[in-house]
Design a protein around this ligand. Sequence first.
Ligand code: FAD
Ligand code: PHB
Length: 394
Amino acid sequence: MAISLRTQVGIVGAGPAGLVLSHLLYLQGVDSVVLENRSREYAEQRVRAGVLEQGTVDLLTEMGVGERMKAEGLVHYGIELRFGGRGHRIDFQDLTGRKGITIYAQHEVLKDLNNARIASGGQVLFEVENVSVHDFDGDKPRIRYQKNGTPYELTCDFIAACDGFHGICRPSVPPGILTVYEREYPFGWLGILADAPPSSEELIYTYHDRGFALLSMRSPHISRLYLQCKPDANIDLWSDDKIWQELQIRLASDGWTLTEGQITQKGITSMRSFVVEPMQYGRLFLAGDSAHIVPPTGAKGLNLAVADVQILARALKHFYSTGSRNLLDTYSEVCLRRVWKVQRFSWWMTSMLHRFPDENPFDQRRQLAELDYVTTSRAAAKTLAENYVGLPLE
Ligand code: FAD
Ligand code: PHB
């Protein structure tokens, strides 16, 4: 017999979406339990996103989890677009009215959120097994799972599916309900972390004949760099020397040098655009990567996950304080308006900056014209800047 437990909101997944949701609900007086199949250690060292929009920074600060981010995060007010060996700055402050971005690693955000949840008596259960979701088309959804071999059944009012792209919640929705919109890209990103001081104060997005390259960072001593590679590239065939050599070629610019250092981590990420509609079925709400994936060129994945759960927390607060389901019923519609704009931006950045295997010389000239336009027209630069720093929440 399973041990019966009860909470108001059962949350599957302790990524950014699940933890931000759980803490927002706590601050609103709503009870939740977070179920995570990985260990806390694994989540807190896994290298993923690094760019926080102003809205994400503001939210984390309001939630009381922004102290370390404020001390250690690097605030940037622009990015560089580099092509033809020359750099062009997009000045966010000037173009968006003083907004910026903060470089602070996703796993550091997770550490801060885990600490806050635990300090406030929150229930985040790591290393749970065989999580499954049931009866969410009725009034009493249930989540079954095992912990240390013991079976549990958690009854809740609502289930938040924050279990990422490969989670179990989305596939548990009955067939015929969800429509998938998807595009795969014919390339991947090879990403490294290196013990090297960043060679630029701001991020550099580079278009080069040999493919895209990105210079980012994690601290004044650690660089994060990416190279466009084949989607099925084998990381073992990319020696450290070969990676630095390729970065040197693609990022080269007169009077500028790329500082090298010891590579401490490397991996390959595939690139995909993916959306399911609707993001809700009965009392199951999909949030973050469980509902959508963007290619990383716009630095949006984490920020979009946080925006979803902000909308969901607001709707749940409304339900618990008034009994009205109005905001819950429009959750998917409100999220998807933002999701599609962010999809468009991420697709556009990706198309402008990468080499495509099926392109012809016309396409290449068009890409260069686009880069030229974005870096010389204030109107075009402004659309990039306002999307990059983050669109306002509805
Ligand atoms: P996730 O962070 O995926 O969290 C989901 C959680 O659910 C995980 O902790 C997972 O272990 C857990 N889970 C899954 N299945 C179950 C289950 N059955 N039971 C219980 N728990 C479960 N975005 C950027 O903007 N820039 C980047 O550079 C970037 N790099 C990335 C690199 C990689 C390798 C990946 C995978 C993603 C990257 N992203 C990047 C995307 C960004 O990290 C995600 O958009 C963000 O993590 C989404 O947060 P989430 O909470 O929705 O999902
Ligand atoms: C990162 O620092 O990991 C990063 C920065 C910008 C992106 C993607 C990833 O567009």
